[in-house]
Design a protein around this ligand. Structure first.
Ligand code: HEM
Length: 502
């Protein structure tokens, strides 16, 4: 009997010790997540609250939250995904793209990346790792290096001149109302397509009008569907009811057929040309295992998706701001007239001598970053953002638009003032091209084409608003934020233009 009692007591003591140990060490650690806005519902989370323009909605959510550690981070549930939104420059620069740059260099996967983006093997969607590093190195050398950009200078110069000639034919020396968006899109799409394929698919004098029509439609469809995802990506059960995945699969097949056609055309040619596809096919001969057709198609696709609309909308926003600030246009024109003169068109080599023009572009990128939430990142491991825990798999959105208008970071943040960039350090605060490993590799090309086109439009024409009312600056809906009302302006060629564009 006594022995049994001792056993019971020992058993109880061991059980108690086991319980204490389990409670202390095996209990899931309570995580310190950032504050989250109210209105969360089971299954869909905060999805229903995301009204466009999403960057504005996210800023107003963030403003209503009680950030007890200085602010700038909030968490959302978008369906099954945990999403952190950062709206502070310090947190973005130091915590996300500083301390945690490698952990956050991943991308969340979405359905379109599987069916259109070659199973996420393209540069924008690829997970951080050897494949992405190889692609990025390849594109840095073959597309974005100064040497390569200089090789394609003739394309940018020719496309900007065509834009100026087209406008001067339309407007001449009489005041004429012109709609700018289609012309700016033609400029940036032709620039990329000519670099890749050598062909013009947009605007007047296309290589083959029937083919050009097909290409324009396809590129527009891909652009309209390319985003951070569809509701189906966040609430997987919707796959059962939605036709989204089938539509995207079909789009992927059509896109692939078109891109394969471009490669086959080049492969069938007797002589090697100078386009990007020609270069990539030469590399393919040296290493057929790595430079597969799929890799080459992924590169062309990404150049078109990332390198066209972004520059076109930046130009449209820049001109809209200039029309609302005639004093800024006058100052920029004086700078160009003084440094370039009236006997020739501005050239890309002049850009480094035109600091005020550069500041106009920077101020436009500040107020209207083309991708206001950058491209979503994803945590590949548990990490910490400030005092908050960020579990592995969390999506990170950086609200560059809100950061660019934060009164703690910028003086008079909502006003268009290119002069602010006369202090050189101000440009360091911009996030329009992202930061860290996944920052935009096309920023150099973008600044060249935007600077040259904008400078030429200021040099060659006089500009006025239509009806003398302010240009409406409301944002429309789209991944690369367009103007809600496309820009129309009154344009008149300056008297010397006809002499220098003949
Ligand atoms: C005004 C024009 C442009 C803006 C504002 C812009 C902005 C951006 C931003 C914010 C990102 C994402 C950064 C991040 O993930 O944190 C990005 C990525 C990228 N951009 Fe641009 N971009 C522009 C033009 C271009 C051009 C002209 C090209 C190429 C022709 C290009 C190619 C890319 C590529 C390939 C990526 C993905 C990089 C990666 O994931 O490793 N972009 N861009």
């Amino acid at each position: 009997m006594e022995e049994t009692n001792i056993r019971v007591v020992l058993y109880s003591i061991f059980s108690l010790i086991f319980l204490i140990i389990s409670f202390k060490f095996l209990k899931p650690k309570k995580q310190n997540l950032p504050p989250s806005p109210p209105g969360w519902l089971p299954i869909i989370g905060h999805l229903r609250l995301l009204k466009p323009p999403i960057h504005r909605t996210l800023r107003s959510f963030s403003e209503t939250l009680d950030h007890n550690d200085g602010g700038g981070v909030m968490s959302l549930r978008l369906g099954s995904r945990l999403v952190y939104v950062v709206s502070s420059h310090k947190v973005a620069a130091e915590e996300c793209f500083g301390k945690n740059d490698v952990v956050l260099a991943n991308r969340p996967q979405v359905i379109i990346g599987k069916h259109v983006g070659y199973n996420n093997t393209n540069m924008i969607a690829a997970p951080y790792g050897d494949h992405w590093r190889n692609l990025r190195r390849l594109c840095t050398i073959e597309i974005f290096s100064t040497h390569r950009l200089n090789c394609f200078l003739y394309v940018r110069t020719d496309e900007v001149r065509r834009l100026i000639s087209r406008l001067s034919r339309l407007a001449g020396t009489k005041k004429t109302v012109v709609e700018l968006k289609p012309m700016l899109m033609d400029l940036t799409f032709n620039n990329i397509m000519r670099m890749m394929t050598g062909k013009r698919y947009y605007g007047e004098e296309t290589t083959d009008e029937e083919e050009a029509k097909r290409v324009r439609k396809l590129v527009a469809d891909v652009g309209a569907n390319t985003s951070s995802g569809n509701a189906v990506d966040y609430v997987p059960i919707l796959r059962l009811f939605s036709s989204y995945e089938n539509r995207v699969k079909k789009l992927g097949e059509e896109t692939d057929k078109f891109l394969q056609g471009l490669i086959d055309d080049k492969r069938g040619q007797q002589e090697t040309g100078t386009t990007m596809i020609d270069h990539l096919l030469v590399l393919q001969k040296s290493d057929i295992e790595y430079y597969t057709d799929q890799i080459i198609k992924g590169i062309i696709l990404i150049m078109v998706i990332a390198g066209t609309n972004t520059s076109a909308v930046t130009l449209e926003w820049a001109l809209s701001n200039l029309l609302n600030h005639p004093d800024v246009i006058s100052k920029a024109r004086d700078e160009i007239d003084n440094r370039v003169g009236l006997d020739r068109l501005i050239e890309e080599a002049d850009l480094s001598e035109l600091p005020y023009l550069k500041n106009i572009v920077l101020e436009t990128l500040r107020l209207h970053p083309a991708t206001p939430l950058l491209v979503p990142h994803m945590a590949s491991e548990d990490c910490k953002i400030g005092s908050y825990d960020m579990p592995r798999g969390t999506t990170l959105l950086v609200n560059a638009w809100a950061i660019h208008r934060d009164p703690n970071t910028w003086d008079d943040p909502d006003s268009f003032k290119p002069e602010r960039f006369e202090k050189e350090e101000e440009a360091q605060k911009l996030l329009a091209f992202g930061l860290g490993r996944r920052a935009c590799p096309g920023s150099g090309l973008a600044q060249r084409i935007v600077g040259l086109a904008l400078g030429s439009l200021i040099q060659c024409f006089e500009w006025e608003r239509v009806g003398n009312v302010e240009v409406d600056m409301k944002e429309g809906v789209g991944n690369t934020v367009p103007k809600a009302i496309p820009l129309k302006a009154i344009c008149k060629a300056r008297p010397f233009l006809h002499k220098i564009i003949s």
